[in-house]
Design a protein. Structure first.
Length: 533
């Protein structure tokens, strides 16, 4: 700890001599041994009582050896930790950090002060370290006995490992040696300026909320289990490259948000850590019987690993008792909505908040988050369902709002081919006629005649910069933030919404001075999309 400069209180010794006073030696005076023990280090040059008669000689207690000031004489030596002053012939405390200065056997060198001192802590009498610790003779502290001499060695996770190694626990009481590393900052990751400090064939990574360490950078497949006991091989969908990802802490059956939340060789399946059964693309392994391999996904990207389940058509296929047909996270496509049968685990009715428990919703309901509102259980619907089609349609005064997948960073990833039922409104009409009181009607993307009541989230106006990188919009009512990039503040521009196919002069048509803009699916998702939890 750093302290400000302090004034030191002068303390007195046994012989009432100020420990920090300055003394003057009378010319010609000899050293005086006040304690009678020799050593001659008490020199103050004080005259004897004979000074009254003019005699300025001093009493000299005869001492032998170098410490008495005769270290320059032949055969004389200073005590351990002392050096001989060639000018005065006196032995003085030396700097034990310098070559040639050694401390006494019962002392240790203080590397900060250079002084020889009695050992403290475990270096003292009667202090013993734990069986898995050793004593540092310099600091007197008990320190963990290093276990790791290299990566992949076994270690005890209960014993802290000195850098550069860390002991990663992969099973109760079992650990593996890895090298510590410092991962990228947010800006480095976004801008691509991070330089990985790990050796070749290793990458710096970290489990959620844990410190970073070097993990193998390449692996064959999820099912090859070739990342070691502390990491799982996950496809990245980037150039078909696999990566070893540190295992999470959630065990089989625990709730999860992403695959990396789960323990070794587990996937996050419908919000629960579960085993992977199959590989949908390579079919190694494959599912048995009539079951289908449902691909695990990161965002909307399919991976070559998944789980076996009974396939079904959402809204049209019956599943076994106590289960229901949940939609797959697919992009919009013609035809029916693909799904698979899952157990009906929840019983929470429509409208129940589910922010921290996405699996509590009843059969046919999903946990959905809309803008800045809390996530609630909403009914699954088909955005294309219009009279006379009733399968997948919403109830009266409700609209089917398409759902979307958002990345962990909050970016809109992909619109899905199903939606959820929410309070409806009529877009492209004056606010007083839309059915939204004090808010505005956000048009649904695939069904622009339907909309969702939405409050004024942002304040930025037409043409002003914005930085909408999530479901939160920084633009005012009736506008969308176009062109915003994650990591680039205010890189987008607020644009007024219009209906692409609207005839001139009709509701939602672009003004004569405006140019219609065909936005991408990801940008359109912000129009009428909500996030599936």
């Amino acid at each position: 700890m750093n302290y400000p400069v302090a004034r030191i209180l002068c303390v007195t010794t046994l012989f009432v001599l100020s420990a920090c006073s300055t003394t003057t030696t009378t010319e010609g005076a000899e050293p005086v041994d006040f304690d009678g023990l020799g050593g001659g280090t008490d020199t103050i040059g004080a005259p004897t009582d004979d000074t009254a008669s003019g005699d300025t000689t001093t009493d000299t207690a005869s001492t032998d050896g170098a410490s008495a000031g005769a270290c320059t004489e032949e055969g004389a030596e200073c005590e351990p930790g002392e050096v001989c002053n060639e000018e005065t012939g006196a032995c003085e405390p030396g700097d034990c950090t310098e070559e040639g200065v050694e401390c006494a056997p019962d002392e240790v060198c203080n590397p900060e002060t250079g002084a020889c001192e009695p050992p403290g802590g475990c270096g003292g009498t009667g202090v013993e370290c734990a069986p898995n610790e050793q004593c540092n003779p310099v600091t007197g502290a008990c320190e963990p006995i290093p276990q790791c001499g290299g990566v992949d060695e076994d270690c005890d996770p209960s014993s802290p490992e000195p850098l550069p190694y860390v002991c990663i626990e992969y099973e109760a009481g079992k650990g593996i040696c890895r090298e510590h590393c410092v991962g990228p900052t947010f800006d480095e990751a976004i801008n691509g300026t991070y330089i990985d400090p790990c050796a070749d064939d290793y990458d710096c990574a970290a489990p959620p909320g844990e410190a970073s360490y070097c993990v193998p950078s390449g692996c064959e497949s999820f099912f090859a289990n070739d990342c070691g006991p502390d990491a799982t091989c996950l496809p990245t969908w980037i150039n078909d490259v696999n990566a070893c990802v540190p295992d999470g802490l959630s065990e089989y059956g625990d709730l999860c948000d992403v695959h990396t939340d789960c323990d070794h060789d587990l996937l996050c399946v419908d919000g629960v850590c579960a085993d992977a059964d199959c590989a949908p693309f390579s079919a190694a392994p494959a599912c048995g019987g009539e079951q289908q391999c449902i691909s695990a996904k990161v965002g909307a990207e399919e991976l070559d690993m998944g789980w076996c389940a009974d396939a079904c058509d959402v809204f049209y296929t019956d599943c076994p008792e106590d289960s229901w047909c949940i939609p797959e996270l697919d992009k919009p496509s013609p035809g029916s909505i693909n799904g698979y049968c899952i157990p009906d685990l929840g019983d929470a009715p429509e409208g129940t908040e589910c922010e921290n428990a996405p699996n509590i919703c009843d059969e046919g309901l999903l946990c959905v988050k809309s803008s800045s509102e809390p996530a609630v259980c909403e009914r699954v619907c088909d955005p294309d369902a219009k009279p006379p089609i009733t399968q997948g349609a919403c109830g009266d005064e409700q609209s089917c709002i398409p759902l979307l997948i958002a990345t962990d960073a909050g970016q809109l990833d992909e619109v899905l081919d199903f939606g959820s039922c929410a309070e409806g409104c009529t877009p492209w009409t004056p606010q007083a006629l839309s059915g939204c009181e004090g808010t505005w009607c956000l048009p649904a993307m695939f069904n622009p005649s339907d909309g969702q009541c939405l409050g004024d989230i942002g304040q930025s106006q037409k043409g002003e910069p914005c930085d909408d990188t999530s479901l939160e919009t920084s633009c005012a009512s009736g506008q969308l933030c176009i062109g915003a990039d994650l990591g680039a503040p205010l890189s987008g521009t607020c644009r007024v919404l219009c209906q692409v196919d609207a005839a001139p002069g009709s509701p939602g048509a672009a003004s004569a001075k405006s140019q219609k803009t065909n936005t991408s699916k990801a940008e359109n998702a912000a129009l009428g999309g909500r996030e599936k939890k």
